[in-house]
Ligand binder design. Structure first.
Ligand SMILES: [Zn+2]
Length: 289
């Protein structure tokens, strides 16, 4: 199983105190630690390495998304920087969604999975709170080909804290909306912008949620369809306040489908049906359903 490195995460009280005192500790959390900390995981993920039995097929078109099906997903959670305590809960939640909705879930932290043959077996690849530079150039090229062939990408939370030096990834994410910093964990009001989407249809038009709210380096709105927006007047967004503040979105990109939600820092969210349904909807949309 996964080995979590003890002490990787500052106690919440420390972050809270530092944030309240204006030290700017929030700046030092995920991004900076992503750059500073050594790898913490060797890639032994317990999977067999066998090729998937149910290739998604249809990955031969460079211009249109692949066929609508959701048979098998890969959850990729490699971290070379900050490692979220919630990764284990996230994997478990997606496995549960798979059992309930009839799709297989493979999990790996091995970047070698990012080759044409292996990726072609997945309808969606979920980047679950990955951090830092997780793929080498050849693996990046394979993943780009996968998306161009109609593959689906779901990015969760720190997926925006990943691959800062890969311009294509910034566009996949949406207008280079990489993680900038975050204030203390707190409750904010979220407004649903696209209520008809499969990832938001179950949500009230406006709802409160406690999580760690990312500020982004750029506003993705010009490149994506915004699903959820934070009301910055409802919490303390900190130095990176954006004004217009998308927090979950999707777009068709480079032949494939990309869905990103910044929700998902807290362990508790992964047993919250509102959030897991949001995540399931993102996976389903990315699969073309
Ligand atoms: Zn976080």
């Amino acid at each position: 199983m996964l080995s979590f490195r003890p002490g990787a995460e500052l106690p919440y009280a420390v972050i809270l105190l530092a944030s309240l005192s204006g030290i700017g500790c929030s700046d030092s959390s995920e991004r900076n630690r992503s750059a500073e900390l050594p790898p913490t995981f060797s890639g032994s993920d317990g999977t067999t390495g066998d090729l998937p039995l149910q290739p998604s097929g249809g990955n031969n078109s460079a211009t249109t998304p692949g066929p609508a099906q959701l048979e098998r997903v890969l959850v990729f959670s490699r971290t070379l920087g900050y490692r979220h305590d919630s990764i284990g809960a996230g994997i478990a939640a997606i496995q549960k969604l798979g059992m309930e909705h009839g799709f297989a879930v493979d999990q790996s932290e091995d970047p070698a999975k990012f080759n044409d043959a292996t990726l072609s077996g997945y309808d969606v690849v979920i980047w679950l709170s990955t951090t830092a530079d997780v793929l080498d150039d050849g693996q990046q090229s394979a993943f780009q080909r996968y998306v161009e062939a109609g593959g689906g990408w779901v990015g969760v939370h720190a997926a925006a804290d990943t691959e800062y030096d890969w311009p294509w990834y910034g566009q996949l994410l949406g207008n280079n909306a990489w993680f900038l910093q975050h204030p203390m964990i707190q409750t904010a009001q979220l407004d649903v912008e696209k209520a008809g989407h499969v990832s938001t249809a179950h949500l009230p038009a406006r709802f409160p949620l406690q999580d760690e709210w990312y500020n982004f380096r750029a506003n993705p709105r010009s490149a994506v369809n915004v699903l959820l927006r934070l009301d910055e007047t409802s919490y303390l967004p900190g130095d990176g306040a954006m004004g217009d503040h998308p927090i979950a979105w999707y777009h068709e990109f480079d032949g494939g489908r990309a869905f990103y939600t910044a929700l998902g820092h807290r362990v508790e969210l992964y047993t919250d049906p509102q959030f897991t349904q949001h995540l399931l909807g993102g996976i389903q949309w990315a699969a073309g359903l």
